[in-house]
Design a protein around this ligand. Structure first.
Ligand code: FRU
Length: 461
């Protein structure tokens, strides 16, 4: 089947999402290069159009004027250069002198004696100059593989840029020869010439063997470092996915270019599908985060049923990050209120008759008490004994449950988009993100609780 035919067939899949970024065909993973330029939001993503199981990635591209409606754009970059033949890997964008500059990792696998961990790969930092986010003026290696410092494996990738007081800082995720995570820093005054500046922070043994997709920025005078570590072992209710994503808050020492964390590593999400988050600041000064709504595909007990239909994965909703009470809260962007229609509010005791496959719910609790909320088919959100449980049945395709201890629940906001659920608890203090594959028509929403409060339902258009 041609890609065009496959695209048309996939369009009819009832598990396609209505208001999320997803691949037209094939595979999607990390969000890349997010930026607002000349009033237009650009989001790029790791993309393999002809294989739903992945492969050598391109940068797919969508644009939006309002952050709610996205337009599909042609592929921005394919792995067609000697320095990126095996993947135009993850990276980021920054504006300078009215042009866009992107930095990404050009991945090259060497044939022959291939040891996945230590050797057999080149990871080049590539600089791309674009007048508009669509055309490419220049695409060249600025930090070749051979110039990386000693003491590291071949895993050094995912450049993210930050500008501060006229200096550009590039952070890269790395794996040392001793299998520890680390963040390398390069500095530049012009985005062309880069100097190695040492490490921003070095991982310890229990902190994973590789740190992917770092993101370093300031929010309310604090420095934040986002990481996607591989190899953190599960702790009872935390770190239950194969790889996790989270952040540290700290004080930056800009003379040494170090971050001294003042918090522990805080996991972003308590669901099944969240990895490789990527942020940017928009013209309103909001710190907005997108994330790959995936990673669950690497769980042995799970088979994603959309693979057989020729596509896999999506991005989360873009969420605003707010620093409050020493942690990051995630809030769906205000703009998404535009999609609301058919508003209905009922008290918890009368919450009957709601149904939908694409909807938003807002629960406001006046008293905290156990509850059971059925969302679609056999997915439930259950709260009892100060434990929030997200439970899937058959439509979880192998995923079962995730539990999060929460002392008191004041409110819950939920976005359901056919085969995705994003659950924001207590104004985004806790978030649970999951894909799920209910049968079409399985759309009953049911709440059982002795708690007092009100529930509002909106269909989302
Ligand atoms: C994270 C990641 C990145 C890499 C990209 C390749 O999911 O492994 O480290 O750049 O995906 O697609």
């Amino acid at each position: 089947m041609s890609l065009e035919d496959l695209k048309n067939k996939i369009k009819k899949d009832p598990w396609r999402l209505n208001f999320h970024v997803m691949p037209e065909t094939g595979w999607l993973n990390d969000p890349n290069g997010a930026i607002q330029f000349d009033g237009v939001y650009h989001i790029y993503y790791q993309y393999v159009p002809d294989n739903p199981l992945g492969g050598a990635t391109s940068w797919g591209h969508m644009t939006s004027k309002d952050m709610v409606h996205f337009k599909q754009e042609p592929i921005f970059m394919s792995p067609d250069q000697a320095f990126d033949v095996d993947g135009v890997y993850s990276g980021s964008g920054i504006e300078k002198d009215e042009k866009l500059h992107f930095f990404y990792t050009g991945n090259v696998k060497q044939p022959g004696d291939y040891d996945y961990i230590y050797s057999g790969r080149e990871q080049n930092v590539v600089h791309v100059v674009s007048p508009d986010g669509f055309e490419i003026e220049r695409r060249e290696v600025v930090i070749p593989h051979e110039e990386f410092p000693e003491g590291y494996s071949d895993h050094i990738r995912d450049p993210k840029l930050l500008e501060k007081d006229g200096m550009y800082y590039m952070v890269l995720g790395a794996r040392t020869e001793d299998n520890l995570g680390s963040i390398l820093v390069y500095t530049s005054e012009d985005l062309e010439n880069w100097n190695y500046h040492g490490t921003l922070i070095d991982g310890k043994e229990e902190e994973g063997y590789m740190w992917e997709c770092p993101d370093f920025f300031e929010l309310k005078d604090e420095s934040i470092l986002i990481l996607s570590p591989q190899g953190i072992l599960p702790e009872r209710y935390k770190f239950n996915n194969p790889h996790v994503a989270g952040y540290l808050i700290g004080e930056a020492d800009w003379a040494q270019v170090k971050i001294n964390p003042t918090t522990d590593f805080h996991e972003f999400d308590r669901g099944f599908d969240f990895y490789a988050p990527h942020t940017f600041e928009d013209d309103q000064g909001r710190r907005i985060m997108w994330s790959w709504m995936g990673i669950g595909d690497t769980m042995p007990e799970y088979t994603n049923p959309t693979i057989a239909r020729g596509w896999q994965h999506a991005l989360t909703l873009p969420r605003e990050l707010i620093l409050e009470n020493g942690q990051l809260y995630q809030r769906p962007l205000e703009e998404y209120k535009k999609l609301r229609k058919n508003e209905q509010t009922k008290s918890f005791g009368e919450a009957e008759g709601f149904a939908g496959e694409v909807y938003e719910l807002m629960l406001k609790f006046e008293t905290s008490a156990p509850f059971e909320l059925k969302l679609r088919q056999d997915t439930e959100l259950i709260y009892a004994d100060e434990m929030l449980t997200l439970k899937h049945g058959k439509s979880g395709y192998g995923r079962r449950k995730r539990q999060t201890p929460i002392g008191e629940i004041r409110n819950i906001q939920i976005f359901v988009d056919t085969s995705s659920m994003e659950i924001f608890v207590n104004d985004g203090e806790y978030v649970l993100t999951t894909r799920v594959y209910p049968e079409p028509g399985e759309d009953t929403i049911a709440l059982q609780t002795s708690a007092k409060g009100a529930i509002t339902y909106w269909a989302l258009d």
